[in-house]
Ligand binder design. Structure first.
Ligand SMILES: [Ca+2]
Ligand SMILES: [Ca+2]
Length: 422
């Protein structure tokens, strides 16, 4: 009789975890299909010794929880069967925001218990002119059927509930589906006549993560058009549509980079998971006692061509519309505020934001994604900013300038997190 050694490989370390979950491996695929399952691997080292290892399937990233129904739209059902849109139904105080795909049918069914009001279109001329339809469902009740106009833009439904004397407005943001052209594995989108691309084939990326999660690197499909009417559209109580797009930089005569308030494009995806994440992050920081009426977003959506021009990482999530770089600048001096009260605005203040985002991901309250902490000293820098995105898997990184050199650093507490870039 030989010796039996039982050896547990738990908690699983970084390398194992990545291997197990690679969808390319049959074991990884099996684990993904059976979360929480155990697999026992017997390993004979010699004729007289048997080592048994076991592995447990654990989610690679925090699970994405369904978000709580927003206040104003609580109990409403909003569907767009043809669109396959991930609807953003967001409450802003007593107002709600609904995203719709241009030209496609939708149903709007208010909360049958709490709501007995009437919905009417405020700017019905523009809506009708662009082929929009809207009216009560034949079946009665509060349900409405409609078709979003072919013209993307901002429309408003006003609602009035005589039973409760409540009234308000629902913002409708109609998004344009991108026309897709593929060539040699690269994708170029055309949105209202403007080409956006090229999105490179993720399977050819030098990054193992990008290849492994290629399905999460599909180009965005729906775009909002930013204009005078839509740029101030509130996406939540502290975020406006116009903030989602990266600004152009200018070079001062001495070569310094100066950020302008001109956007490099007026087309942008609106990714609901990002809006929810920013809402939750602001709320969490407020709960910690920090003053934050709105984030100072230093970079948002970038077209791939613009991203390349400014030296962004290949396959940057900024090109997919689910990433922003942000800090808190309540006093408006274009520098990160002193959140920890040590008299300076630096990476320790950015760390407070990054760790709050990390906590929310770990608690499963927001979509999993990348969090990067940056410290860039200099007259024309905010000092420190945090990148957050919703790529669908966990990535963490830190980058700072020290003694005139760029260096990576570790700031995160989640030891299972994968180092990566934006
Ligand atoms: Ca400041
Ligand atoms: Ca500080």
């Amino acid at each position: 009789m030989g010796t039996l050694i039982l050896k547990a490989l738990k908690p699983l370390r970084h390398g194992w975890r990545r291997f197990e979950y690679g969808p390319a491996t049959s074991l990884g695929a099996w684990f993904q299909a059976h979360p929480g399952a155990w697999v026992v691997l017997g390993l004979a080292l010699s004729m007289s010794t048997l080592t048994i290892c076991w592995l447990r399937a654990e989610p690679l990233s925090a699970p994405v929880r369904r978000f709580e129904a927003p206040r104003a739209l609580q109990g409403w059902t909003i569907t767009q069967p043809e669109g396959g849109v991930e609807a953003l139904a967001q409450s802003i105080g007593e107002t709600g925001l609904i995203l719709l795909t241009a030209g496609q049918a939708f149903t709007l069914d208010p909360n049958p218990v709490a709501w007995t009001g009437r919905l009417t279109l405020e700017n019905s001329d523009a809506w009708d002119h662009a082929g929009g339809e809207f009216g009560p469902a034949a079946a009665g009740g509060g349900a409405h059927l409609g078709r979003a106009p072919a013209q993307p833009g901002r429309y408003r439904l006003v609602w009035n509930d005589p039973a409760t004397a409540r009234q308000g407005a629902l913002e409708l943001l109609v998004l344009e589906p991108a026309a897709v052209r593929e060539s040699a594995g690269n994708t170029t989108l055309t949105v209202c006549g403007e080409p956006i691309g090229p999105y490179l084939d993720p399977l050819k990326s030098p990054s193992e993560d990008v290849r492994k999660y290629a399905a999460l690197y599909r180009p965005p499909t729906l775009f909002a058009i930013i204009n005078a009417q839509t740029e101030t559209l509130p996406l939540d109580e502290g975020l406006q549509l116009g903030q989602l797009v990266a600004f152009l930089d200018e070079r001062a005569p001495d070569g310094r980079k100066i950020q302008t308030n001109r956007r490099h494009t007026d087309r942008t995806p609106v990714i609901p998971a990002l809006v929810h994440k920013l809402t939750a992050l602001r709320q969490r920081l407020r709960e910690q006692g920090h003053t934050v009426t709105r984030f100072y977003i230093t970079s948002g959506f970038r077209t791939p061509a613009f991203n390349k021009q400014i030296g962004g990482a290949a396959f940057s999530r900024h090109c997919y519309g689910d990433a922003v770089d942000l800090c808190i600048d309540e006093d408006g001096d274009l520098k990160i505020d002193d959140l920890n009260g040590d008299g300076r605005g630096d990476e320790l203040d950015g760390l407070i934001i990054a760790q709050a985002a990390e906590d929310l991901e770990r608690e499963g309250r927001v979509a999993a994604g990348g969090i990067g902490l940056y410290h860039w000293p200099g007259e024309h820098s905010v000092g420190s900013h945090v990148h957050v995105d919703c790529r669908g898997f966990t990535a963490r990184w830190g980058q700072r300038y020290r003694n005139g050199k760029k260096e990576g650093f570790t700031w995160w507490r989640d030891t299972n997190a994968v180092g990566s870039s934006d």
